[in-house]
Structures are given as C-alpha cells and as structure tokens.
Design a protein around this ligand. Structure first.
Ligand code: FPP
Length: 241
C-alpha cells in the first residue's frame, strides 16, 4: 500500500455542534474542542510531510447561524490565534487566511494580519484557514480581479487569481461528520481532488483517523481523464502509440 502523504489536504471540519449537543454542552464548546482537533491535525500533517493543509473554519453561509454561535466563533478565532501562533512558529507553519475580510470586524482582521505576519517566514507547512469563504465567491472575486486588470479570463488566469492560486490544488479533500457534500468549499480547486468522507465528528478526528484517510487515498488511482492502461504504460510506448 502506498503510504506517501498527499501534498495538499483540505478538510471540511464538520460535526462540532453534534459533538457538543451529545454532551449537553453549548455548540460553541464543540467548536472549542474543534480547535484542539485542528491543532492535533496540523502537527500530524507537519510530521507526515504534508506541504499544504486547507481547512474550512467559517463559510459565507455561517453568518446565518444563531448570533451567539457566530460571535463565539469570531472570539474563538481571535483567542486561538494569539495562543497558538508561538507554537505554529516553532513548528514552521505559515498561516494564510482565505475569504472575504471586508465583513469581519476590525479586531478579527487585525488578528488575521498579525498571525500572517508572524508566520510569514515559515516553510514546513502552509496552513490555509478559510474564514468567511465560499467557493462561488472565490470564483467571482477572481473573475472581477481579472476584469479590473483588463486581463483575459481563461482556466489558467482564473485559477491563478483564486484564493489558492499560489499553491497546487488539493489532492485529498476530507469531510468529517457523516455528510457527503462539498458545501461551497473549494469548488474550482476540487476538480480532480480525491474525496474522502467519514462519520467521525471533527473533535474526535485524531492522528489515526488522518492516517486512515491517507491510506484510503493511497489506494485511489488518479487518472486525470486518462485510462488505467495509459497510466500503466511506460512513457515511451505512449509516445509511440
Ligand atoms: C462545522 O461543524 C464547523 C464549523 C462551522 C466551524 C469549524 C471551526 C472549527 C473546527 C474550529 C476552528 C475554528 C477557528 C475559529 C480557528 P457544525 O457546527 O456544522 O457541526 P454540526 O454539523 O454537528 O452541527
């Protein structure tokens, strides 16, 4: 079995609310536990040599949740950043935030900018946190950016203008929590990603669960539109054919 870790893993961290509700806790307690799980996952990715980890922390649609949950998530982000950045620096993790920042409060925006600046020189792992992010928004903002610059819109230029334009597309997209949908995550970039769904709620997603996902990924044949025979054939015989 191929055990090489994917270069880029993306995760929909679903199930925090159910984890909390089952314990008679407020939903925000589930998100708090979700931060612990994210910390564990980041370290595991560093150890396994993953180059890029992209996580969905707050979607464009999450504003529709109850007010106290939204404000709880904002506070959690700011507190988590000031607490976690020193360890992220020690582990060589570079933070990037993807999403529309205009709708965030000044304090949240300042927190994101501080964390990005403090980790800018790190090279072990790029951690992209999608916050107030939506896949449709990303496509539209990229098209608008190209139009404003008067540049042609094609697959290459649009891909480069997207929020993840500077890194390779995700090899593996994991969704925890039992649902099997993409929920407006990386719509453009997911074109050839392998999808992996598991029932584990995000706060319970540990190193073993990550290794199970990576092992399943290792079993997949990524054909990118080709046939299995073409993939198996040596390059010279393909050219001759
Ligand atoms: C989805 O679970 C999870 C979220 C909307 C938030 C994800 C956030 C974290 C994992 C914490 C990290 C966040 C920051 C701020 C760095 P859900 O609430 O939809 O769960 P449910 O489907 O069980 O209700």
């Amino acid at each position: 079995m191929k055990s090489t870790a994917p270069n880029h893993i993306a995760i929909v961290m679903d199930g925090n609310g159910r984890w909390a509700t089952r314990r008679f806790l407020p939903r925000v307690a589930g998100h708090k536990s979700g931060v612990d799980s994210l910390r564990r996952c980041v370290r595991a990715c560093v150890v396994r040599g993953v180059a890029v980890l992209t996580v969905f922390a707050f979607s464009s649609e999450n504003w529709n949740r109850p007010k106290d949950e939204v404000s709880g998530l904002m506070e959690l982000l700011v507190r988590a950043l000031s607490r976690e950045v020193p360890q992220l620096v020690a582990d060589g993790v570079r933070l990037h935030f993807l999403g529309e920042r205009g709708a965030l409060s000044g304090a949240v925006r300042a927190g994101l900018e501080r964390a990005e600046a403090a980790t800018a020189a790190n090279t072990s792992l790029i951690l992209n946190v999608c916050f107030n992010y939506g896949g449709r928004w990303d496509i539209v903002q990229a098209a608008n950016a190209l139009a404003e610059r008067g540049e042609a819109i094609n697959e290459q230029s649009l891909g480069a203008a997207m929020q993840l334009g500077q890194v390779p597309e995700p090899d593996l997209i994991i969704r925890t929590g039992g649902e099997q949908r993409i929920s407006n995550f990386l719509l453009w970039q997911a074109a050839y990603s392998e999808l992996y769904f598991c029932d584990t709620l995000w706060p319970e997603f540990d190193e073993k669960a990550l290794d199970t996902a990576i092992a399943e990924y290792g079993q997949r044949e990524r054909r990118f539109g080709k046939t299995s025979d073409q993939l198996r054939a040596p390059a010279t015989s393909q050219q001759a054919a």
